[in-house]
Structures are given as structure tokens and as C-alpha cells.
Design a protein around this ligand. Structure first.
Ligand code: NAD
Ligand code: DAU
Length: 378
């Protein structure tokens, strides 16, 4: 273990992308863990951002939401100065691989240019003015930067060469390099984490797990790309947040840390698991049949009767797996949620928050679904 004389104790955080899936969970996690710190969320509220996620925090002292774009460097500089921000936690991104295939421009703009804009603001306020603040810029990245694994390949470690395959992954890889360069060249105190697939509450229903849950409840087909045997390494969102917390507090400057939970599943296994768990719910809770009259259980069908194999994603990465030894050894990281409990909690959250997912499935969501799945789902 490295000798850690670099403990960072954030007082005033700026969280970008805090109205998205992981950002929302992170802000709630952080406020619970560290109620005495101040936290500002900066979010452009794209289709993936939803400020109502954070409604329960409005009026709370020390918390503020700012509607703005990370591309607006002057705005970020103003926020950093006026609030004596010492820590930036950077989640804001375009995050959906399929959307990056249909339209890469927004991904390059937000993920690369937007990250650079934030870095320039941080340099200007923290370094160019000789600020006495002990600062940290934490960049949240993904395991997709490492590309795709073969069945017997060892899991991704921090030294695995970058080989991104989608425009999304390439944009995140670029941002990782620029973050690194700002440390090497200008001395900005940066850390980066590369995490595997997250699941949990507030995930936008374009991503696999919430798409499957909400489609079952609406009686729509369950699209499985290709043969469904691609593998992802799933981590409950608050286990990701625990890892980010450790890196912010104890990570070494300019180090990267992989975060994951040794939890590899094929997509088809995940889809079937979600189907079975929802079928069990319907057997045990009669009120669900009244609330979701289009669900297959109403006609005594099983959820997996909705599975359809559809065209594969172009350039689809076959397997991701994370080697999390470094963060485990150096920062004593351990995920706490089992997959069994995490997936049940997630299904329960979607069952109890129907209004949330119905509200986000607005016109633009339907346009996306129709365009992406071509004929739309039944
Ligand atoms: P998300 O798409 O749910 O949320 C992204 C948030 O960023 C939204 O609130 C959106 O409004 C905001 N945003 C987008 N462009 C912006 C801009 N220009 N300025 C300000 N805000 C903007 O994404 P997520 O799944 O919560 O992912 C968050 C971060 O974690 C991303 O950087 C992603 O690459 C990374 N990550 C995600 C996963 C995962 O499984 N979801 C895994 C590893 C890493
Ligand atoms: O690995 C981390 C990454 O995980 C993050 O960086 C991304 O932001 C996040 O979106 C996620 O990317 P994936 O592409 O792995 O997630 P998604 O939920 O889109 O898809 C998971 C798997 O399921 C993938 O192999 C594609 C497949 N899939 C997805 C959808 C939406 C289907 O088979 N059918 C579908 O309809």
C-alpha cells in the first residue's frame, strides 16, 4: 500500500451532471455521509437529467442546484470563485452508447470539449491565481475506454491499454487523457475512476435494466441485441459512489482507479433474471395486476415471452470485466450490495416510482425508441 499523506477533505463540492442517474444517487449518498459539506449541482438538464430527482433536497442549507452547461467556462469559473469550491466531481456526460452511434457530435462536444472547459475553469481559478485552496478534480469515467475482452482475457486493470470502440467510449477515453494532461502539464490535482455498468434507482429507461423492467410493466417486447451473450460486469450505483468517495478523500493525485464488483452476467441472463423476479412479484402482490393491466401476467403469460432477438449494436463490445484490486488494496474498497439484493431493490424502486418513469418517457423518449428500434416496440 502506498503511504497516503494526501488525504483530501472536501468542504465545498461542485457536482456536474448531478441530475442524471449516478449523479443523483451520488448527491443523495454524499449529503447523507457528509451533512456538513456544501454541495452545488451544475446540470444542463438534457433529456437524461431530471431536476425533480433532487426535489427532496431543495431548501436544504448547503445545497444548491444550478441549471447550466459545463461548456460555459465563465459560468463554472464564477461558481468556483463565489462558492470557494475545493472539489469538482465530474459526472456530466452524454452516456448512452446507442445514441453515440446515431449521433456522435453531442458526445464529442460534451464529453471532450465540455470536460476541457471544466479543466480550464479549474486551472484558471485554482492554479493561475495562486489560490491557497487544497483542490481536487475527480473525473468519473468508464471501463468502456479499454475496449472489449475475449472470454478468457484477464479483467481490465488500470494498465490495460485504451482501445475504445464506440464514439461514446472514444469520447470518454479522450477526456481521460486530457484530465491526465492537466496534471502532468499544469499540476492540477486530478483523480480518475473507471467503473463498470451501474444499475439502481433513477436510471433512464433507455439503458438495459430499466428498459426491461418498464417494458415488462407496459407489456412491450424486450429487445435483446444479437445473440444476447455479451457480458457486462454489474455494480449497484451506491457501490460506485462509495468508490468515488474513497478516491476523492484518499486517492493519489493523477492516479486512476478501476471500480467494479466481480459480477459478470450475459445480457440474456440479466433479462431472464429480471423477468423471473417480476413474475414472482406479480404472483405475490395482487395489486400489481390492477396497476399494470398491460403486463403479460394479466393473461397468465410469463415476462420472458416478451423477449425478442433484434439486430446487434454495431461494434458491440463482447465482454467487460473489472479488476478492482488497486482500489481494494490501496483504498480498502469493497462493494457492499449483493447482486441479488441490489436487483430486487432496483425492481422495487421502479414499481414504486411509476410516475417518475412515465414522466421521463415523454415525446422525445418515444421518438428515440421508434428511431432506434426502427418499428418501435409493440
Ligand atoms: P446520465 O446520462 O444518466 O446523466 C448525465 C447527466 O449529465 C444528466 O443529468 C445530463 O443532464 C448532464 N449533462 C449532459 N451534458 C451536460 C452538459 N453539457 N453540461 C452539464 N450537464 C450535462 O449518465 P450516468 O449514467 O449517470 O453517468 C454519469 C457519468 O458516469 C458519465 O460520465 C458516464 O460516462 C459515467 N459512467 C456511467 C456508467 C453507467 O453504467 N451508467 C458506468 C461508468 C461510468
Ligand atoms: O460499462 C460502463 C458503461 O455501461 C457506461 O459507461 C455507459 O454510460 C452505460 O450506458 C453502460 O453502457 P452499456 O452499453 O454497457 O449499457 P446498456 O444498458 O446500453 O447496455 C447493456 C448491454 O445490453 C449491452 O451489451 C447492450 C445490451 N442491450 C442494451 C439495450 C438498450 C440490449 O441487448 N438491448 C437493449 O435494448
Amino acid at each position: 500500500m502506498k503511504n497516503n499523506n494526501n488525504i483530501h477533505n472536501p468542504q465545498n463540492l461542485l457536482v456536474t451532471g448531478g441530475a442524471g442517474f449516478i449523479g443523483t444517487n451520488f448527491v443523495k449518498y454524499w449529503i447523507k455521509q457528509y451533512p456538513d459539506t456544501n454541495i452545488i449541482v451544475l446540470d444542463a438538464l438534457t433529456y437524461a437529467g431530471n431536476h425533480t430527482n433532487l426535489d427532496s433536497l431543495s431548501g436544504k442549507s448547503g445545497y444548491r442546484f444550478i441549471h447550466g452547461d459545463i461548456l460555459d467556462q465563465k459560468l463554472t469559473e464564477k461558481i468556483l470563485r463565489e462558492n470557494t469550491i475545493d472539489t469538482i466531481v465530474h459526472f456530466a456526460a452524454e452516456s448512452h452508447v446507442d445514441r453515440s452511434i446515431h449521433g456522435p457530435d453531442a458526445f464529442l462536444q460534451t464529453n471532450i470539449i465540455g470536460t476541457h472547459s471544466l479543466l480550464k475553469a479549474a486551472k484558471s481559478v485554482w492554479l493561475d491565481t495562486d489560490s491557497p485552496l487544497k483542490h481536487r478534480f475527480h473525473h468519473v469515467s468508464t471501463d468502456e475506454v479499454y475496449g472489449s475482452l475475449k472470454p478468457d482475457d484477464p479483467a481490465f486493470s488500470e494498465t490495460t491499454p485504451y482501445a475504445p470502440n464506440s464514439p461514446y467510449a472514444a469520447s470518454k477515453a479522450s477526456s481521460d487523457h486530457i484530465v491526465r494532461a492537466y496534471h502532468e502539464t499544469y499540476g492540477l490535482n486530478v483523480t480518475t475512476s473507471n467503473c463498470s455498468n451501474n444499475y439502481g434507482p433513477y436510471q433512464f429507461p433507455e439503458k438495459l435494466i430499466p428498459l426491461i423492467i418498464t417494458n415488462i410493466l407496459c407489456g412491450k417486447t424486450l429487445p435483446v441485441y444479437g445473440d444476447g451473450l455479451q457480458i457486462r460486469d454489474w455494480l449497484y450505483v451506491d457501490d460506485h459512489n462509495r468508490g468515488v468517495d474513497l478516491v476523492i478523500h484518499k486517492g493519489h493525485a493523477n492516479e486512476t482507479y478501476n471500480i467494479g464488483g466481480h459480477n459478470e452476467w450475459t445480457n440474456l441472463e440479466i433479462v431472464r433474471l429480471v423477468c423471473n423476479l417480476i413474475d414472482d412479484k406479480f404472483s405475490n402482490e395482487t395489486s400489481l395486476s390492477q396497476r399494470f393491466p398491460h403486463a403479460p401476467q394479466i393473461k397468465n403469460n410469463r415476462s420472458d415471452s416478451l423477449i425478442r432477438f433484434v439486430s446487434d449494436r454495431p461494434g458491440h463490445d463482447r465482454r467487460y470485466a473489472i479488476n478492482a484490486l488497486k482500489i481494494t488494496r490501496e483504498l480498502e474498497y469493497e462493494p457492499v450490495e449483493s447482486f441479488e439484493s441490489g436487483i430486487k431493490k432496483t425492481i422495487d424502486w421502479y414499481l414504486h416510482n411509476e410516475k417518475w418513469w412515465r414522466d421521463v418517457m415523454d415525446g422525445s423518449y418515444q421518438d428515440w425508441i421508434n428511431r432506434h428500434y426502427r418499428t418501435g416496440q409493440e
